[in-house]
Ligand binder design. Structure first.
Ligand code: SAH
Length: 464
């Protein structure tokens, strides 16, 4: 990020615009919405500028910008449509201590003006650091459409009511009140009664919230999917948006955690692979403790919580504590990996059953029904199979599996850093060692990437 977005306090501050034509006017259309004191320097001002001056919106100086004219100014816009004149103005203004923007000249500007969606006091600034103005415009158009024009009115009235709302205890209760106001009461009242109805509605809403019992805490056991935030369910997103506490495992990437409510307490209960982990009993105790205090807890688990996620232990702990819970499914690693290699997990005349197996369990390397897995056409998604690859290979070969059976290892399925290692059972341990994977790896036993399928059974290791 070369440009950090901030909101500048402009009340009573000086803002200077140098230039008298259309470019200057375009900037003034934005600037006159602020409470800044605006001075425009223009030797030959446009008629519209003169009108703005008459209306008291700006102070107009009928001359070119000169030394000392930007003293004590917060911002200066060089908007002369003349590169040499803009350079001269910028140099002088910088000497006066103002932050300088040369219109349409990103390089020589000290700040840039974003695309703005204005629902004052709610304003949204969109910037692309000059990379894609088209994109900024499209995002702006999208937001303009989505945000009701009356949102600003609701926010202005709501802001004036904040002191009174402090009668509600901070945290969940107060948040629920505002949630109700902005997403239910305000839109409805504005449509039916207009702005005048807002204050009485706020009074009534506050009375209702003051007398209502606090909502009890709860825990939602939510699947975070394989890592790509776009593969989250809508419900997962909604719950993350409301959570007081998020307890996640190490498979959940930062990009997903960033979707959680900003004030949410985020707890890393990392228990991926063989790394240091929080004990399962501690995780259960943590969930119970927060929910019992009334918090809305999201227990965020990589993939699907019901697949090798120790879901039952957590549900039992919650039930034992008398807490409400729900399970929100997610896309499991096997689905993401199969999608990544363009393969189907089941296929007529190849495999009518799919096994999800784990490479190791609490006791060590996990035993499976090797005999049926060793049959031609069998397909299994092997979770946590990286370390046990040699063991798995040995067991399957011992039970008669064809050494040429395709195996595809998918690391970081669905993520930008995803890798595919296509190999065969006979070469599996070596292929994994050569690939030196650091991320989570799932083995698709019996499946080759679609493109490589034709080359079987002489498939060699491939890195995609
Ligand atoms: N509940 C999870 C599985 C947890 S067990 C799910 O449904 O996906 C952890 C194992 O899942 C990892 O060792 C790895 O084998 C697999 N895994 C999870 N996410 C993965 C990903 N993005 N890419 C590859 N494997 C993944």
């Amino acid at each position: 990020m070369d440009h950090f977005p901030i909101y500048l306090a402009l009340q009573g501050r000086r803002v200077i615009v140098a230039g008298g034509g259309e470019t200057a006017l375009a900037k003034l259309r934005l600037l006159t919405k602020t409470s800044a004191r605006i001075t425009v320097f223009a030797a030959v001002p446009d008629a519209a500028l003169i009108a703005l001056a008459h209306a008291g919106k700006i102070t107009l100086q009928h001359r070119a910008f000169g030394p000392g004219d930007a003293l004590c100014a917060a911002l200066l816009y060089a908007a002369n449509d003349d590169a040499a004149e803009d350079r001269r103005v910028a140099r002088l203004a910088r000497a006066d201590g103002a932050l300088v923007n040369i219109v349409d000249n990103l390089e020589d500007s000290q700040f840039i003006t974003p695309a703005i969606v204005d629902r004052d006091p709610v304003t949204i600034a969109i910037g692309t650091e000059g990379a894609a103005p088209v994109l900024a415009r499209a995002i702006k158009a999208d937001l303009e459409e989505r945000l009701s024009p009356s949102l600003g009115v609701a926010a202005r009235v709501g802001k004036a009511f904040r002191k009174l709302a402090e009668a509600l205890p901070m945290g969940r209760k107060r948040r629920d009140f505002w949630q109700d106001y902005y997403f239910a009461t305000a839109p409805q009242v504005l449509e039916q009664e207009g702005e005048a109805g807002l204050l009485p509605a706020l009074d009534a809403l506050l009375a209702r919230h003051l007398s209502s019992a606090p909502a009890p805490g709860r825990v939602d056991l939510v699947g975070a999917g394989p890592g790509d935030p776009e593969l989250l369910t809508l419900r997962a997103r909604k719950l993350l948006d409301r959570a007081d506490v998020v307890i996640h495992d190490r498979l959940v990437p930062q990009a997903i955690l960033e979707l959680a409510r900003r004030e949410a307490l985020i707890i890393d209960a990392g228990k991926e692979g063989f790394g240091p982990a929080m004990a399962q009993t501690d995780i259960c105790a943590l969930m119970v403790e927060h929910a019992a205090r009334g918090a809305h807890v999201v227990r965020l688990k990589g993939g699907d919580p019901a697949v090798f996620g120790r879901l039952d232990e957590e549900i039992e702990a919650l039930s034992a504590a008398g807490l409400d819970w729900s399970v929100v499914p997610g896309i499991t690693a096997a689905s993401a990996a199969a999608a990544g290699i363009g393969q189907s997990l089941t296929k007529r005349d190849r495999n009518s059953a799919l096994r999800l197996v784990t490479g190791h369990d609490m006791q060590g390397f996990a035993e499976q029904d090797w005999r049926s897995l060793a049959r031609p056409g069998a397909v299994a998604a092997i979770y946590m199979g990286k370390r046990g690859a040699r063991f798995i290979q040995g067991r399957l070969m011992m039970h008669g599996a064809d050494p040429q059976t395709p195996v595809t290892a998918v690391e970081n399925a669905s993520r930008p850093e995803a890798r595919v290692v296509a190999t065969t059972l006979s070469r599996l341990p070596q292929a994994l060692a050569d690939a030196a994977c650091h991320g989570p790896v799932i083995l698709l036993y019996g499946l080759a990437p679609r493109a490589a399928e034709a080359a079987l059974p002489h498939l060699s290791e491939e890195f995609a």
